[in-house]
Design a protein. Structure first.
Ligand SMILES: Nc1nc2c(ncn2[C@@H]2O[C@H](COP(=O)(O)OP(=O)(O)OP(=O)(O)O)[C@@H](O)[C@H]2O)c(=O)[nH]1
Ligand SMILES: [Zn+2]
Length: 203
């Protein structure tokens, strides 16, 4: 019975997303027409559909999906209980002010309590919260908070460095400037994270 209910739920979700893409495509076609572009041009005629698909299935996909499951493993007496740092995880997100991308790298550090995390999960969590209109400060905080709760960690520190296309290709047009944001949850020593990055020759 549960399975049947699940299948129906899945079908409803698929139907909703299809409808959403159709609506976005129609709205975007109006924007293109307002710009004076020829919607019959073979190069442009599928652009409204492409943009709708890109927003719903890719760049804003985190709005319509569940957060990733975090695989963890218990710590035994041989396992390090010290700081774990996963550095330079690349990501791209969408600035919610101008709908331009911002792209960069994140470093996730945590101090485990009784479990360690599957390493790839830091990147999955980052991708999940990046896949929606964002500001860099919120993205940084959401990743830190989610991992802190899911890992029952003693502490989590997330550092994000990114370049914003809204500052590169429009507005002030400052190529090469990047923004660094940090978020700390629980008890973790920022200096210790910096020392371990130094050890790895990163700073
Ligand atoms: N704090 C924060 N600001 C951001 C982020 N992404 C873009 N912004 C800024 O959001 C601001 C929006 O400012 P507004 O003055 O409303 O918009 P605008 O007139 O287009 O601003 P300019 O970019 O200065 O041309 C700009 O200063 C952007 O640089 C982000 O992730 N975090
Ligand atoms: Zn922006």
């Amino acid at each position: 019975m549960n399975k049947i209910v699940d299948i129906h739920a899945d079908q409803n979700e698929l139907h909703d997303l299809k409808l959403k893409k159709q609506n976005i495509s129609n709205y975007f076609a109006k924007i293109l027409a307002e710009l004076g572009l020829d919607l019959d041009d073979p190069s442009i005629k599928d652009t409204p559909n492409r943009v709708a698909k890109m927003l719903v299935d890719e760049t804003c996909n985190g709005l319509f999906t569940e957060p990733p499951e975090i695989t963890t493993f218990p710590i035994d007496e041989h396992t390090s209980r010290d700081l774990i740092v996963i550095e330079d995880i690349p990501f791209s997100s969408l600035c919610e002010h101008h709908f331009q991308p911002f792209i960069g790298k994140a470093t996730v550090a945590y101090l485990p309590n009784d479990r360690i995390m599957g390493l790839s999960k830091a990147a999955r969590v980052l991708d999940y919260f990046a896949a929606r209109p964002q500001v860099q400060e919120r993205l940084t905080g959401e990743v830190a908070q989610f991992l802190y709760e899911q890992l029952n960690a003693k502490g989590v520190l997330v550092i994000v460095q990114a370049e914003h296309f809204c500052m590169k290709v429009r507005g002030v047009k400052k190529h090469g400037s990047s923004t660094i944001t940090t978020a700390i949850r629980g008890d973790i020593d920022k200096q210790e994270v910096i020392s371990s990055l130094k050890l790895a020759g990163k700073v």
